[in-house]
Design a protein around this ligand. Structure first.
Ligand code: PLP
Length: 438
């Protein structure tokens, strides 16, 4: 899309056109898959100038690829950011985003209701690499502020915590971060830019596992980092952004790319050197996903609201945690942060506890028992015995996991069929469990 159009187009239009310019030779209407590792240089001078970062252009697909560039520009535009960097997975996106900010000896403050893989990455892997993550209750603002010290380089949260569904008060948390001259990094995988644009509430960096709703069909692993372009990297806390480097033609990242020094550093430092590269084929699938994202998210949320209401009335269910239900204690936060609905992933408690919860999972037929969310197909899992099973009992409690809890990711099937399968599984799980006890 041409620059003159930027800011004037609406969400659905950007989802179709953002970041794409028709190929000058073929005028291909769909985004082509540039399945190439490298790009021919016009001359030795041209090659030298690209390597010395004197001009922009493609060298090697480990740091940039034209198909992935469309995905990056389109998602940046949908999020209201200035640029993005697409990588091999959500885990890579989180790793590169945070290690672009923190090095050995530094600290990160993270809210404690996190995706299981992220929790392990922080508590085990980052720790091993000398980066300490301090976990805090994301609803307790003084606890967040108290955890910040002179070594802190970022605050991290998820838009909707997993699996407890805590909605982050991004305005409040970003204020704390900015008062300490720190950026706020937000994982918006559960929300996608369709349900929420964290940058509008003060987030500085947004990460996604594109594996989930953005891909939308459970086919590919990928991730992306989006920069709001608003943070002041010259505030004294981030010398790696302001120090000139020989590799950058004796410029700093801030001088190299004043609009998005963060993406430049993410791409040419860890992206380039660790090589967590997104395959252009997967990038292309995520572009297809973005084009249908608004339609899919609308139906995901419609179905989820109906399933939440159905479970809420069901005699074998003790509780339903879906923030858009009017009796939910996060209903007011949901109205501010998720006015279109609080997504299609939520949890409920099954009467009978742990054994009945496992029997329910065994009894579903249409719903799939997998460790994934955000597929077009409905998925269920029992977090206590799977995604969060590596956590101790205290850690499970801290991250919001309980024995009777089932997590559901409501898909795009006819809602009557989803209801019927849940109903038969609820009945069957009671029978199995009662038989087991007798
Ligand atoms: C899946 C997920 C991740 C990790 O993404 P991968 O693509 O599986 O590496 C991170 N955060 C959240 C919220 C997720 O759902």
């Amino acid at each position: 899309m041409t620059n003159e159009n930027q800011g004037t187009l609406n969400f659905n239009t950007i989802a179709q056109h953002g970041g794409q310019e028709l190929d000058a030779v073929t005028h291909a209407r769909a985004v082509p898959i540039y399945q190439t590792t490298s790009y021919g240089f016009e001359s030795t001078d041209h090659a030298a100038s690209l390597f010395q970062m004197q001009e922009e252009g493609y060298i090697y697909s480990r740091n940039a690829n034209p198909t992935n560039r469309v995905l990056e520009k389109r998602l940046a535009e949908l999020e209201g950011g200035v640029d993005a960097f697409a990588v091999s997975s959500g885990q890579s996106a989180i790793t590169i985003a945070l290690l672009t900010l923190a090095k050995v000896g530094d600290e990160i403050v993270a809210t404690n209701a996190l995706y299981g893989g992220t929790y392990t990455l922080f508590a085990e892997t980052f720790k091993r690499f000398g980066v300490t993550v301090r976990f805090v209750d994301g609803t307790n603002f003084s606890e967040i502020a108290d955890a910040i010290n002179e070594k802190t380089k970022a605050i991290y949260t998820e838009t909707i915590g997993n699996p407890g569904l805590q909605i982050a008060d991004i305005q409040a948390i970003s204020k704390i971060a900015h008062n300490h001259d720190l950026p706020l990094v937000v994982d918006s995988t559960f929300t996608t830019p369709y349900l929420q644009q964290p940058i509008t509430f003060g987030a500085d960096i947004v990460v996604h596992s594109t594996t989930k709703f953005i891909g939308g069909h459970g086919t590919s692993i990928g991730g992306i980092i989006v920069d709001a372009g608003k943070f002041d990297w010259a505030n004294g806390n981030f010398p790696e952004f302001t120090t000139p480097l020989p590799a950058l033609n004796h410029q700093s990242y801030l001088e190299l790319n004043t609009e998005s020094a963060f993406i430049a550093k993410a791409r040419f430092d860890l992206g380039q050197n660790l090589g967590m590269t997104l395959s252009p084929f997967n990038g292309w699938l995520f572009i297809q996903g973005l084009e249908s994202l608004p339609l899919r998210m609308k139906l995901h949320v419609e179905n989820a609201k109906q399933i939440a209401a159905f479970l809420n009335e069901h005699e074998h269910v003790t509780w339903v945690n879906y923030p858009s239900l009017s009796e939910n204690d996060q209903y007011e936060l949901a109205k501010t942060y998720l006015p279109k609905g609080s997504g299609s992933i939520f949890t409920f408690g099954i009467k009978g506890g742990l054994e009945t919860a496992k029997a329910f999972i065994q009894s579903v037929k249409l719903l799939s028992h997998v460790a994934n969310v955000g597929d077009s197909k409905s998925l269920v899992i029992h977090p206590a015995s799977t995604t969060h099973s590596r956590l101790s009992a205290e850690e499970q409690q801290m991250t919001g996991v309980t024995p009777e809890q089932i997590r559901i990711s409501v898909g795009l099937e006819d809602v009557e069929d989803i209801k019927a399968d849940i109903h038969q599984a609820l009945i069957a799980s009671r029978k199995t469990n009662l038989a087991g006890q007798g």
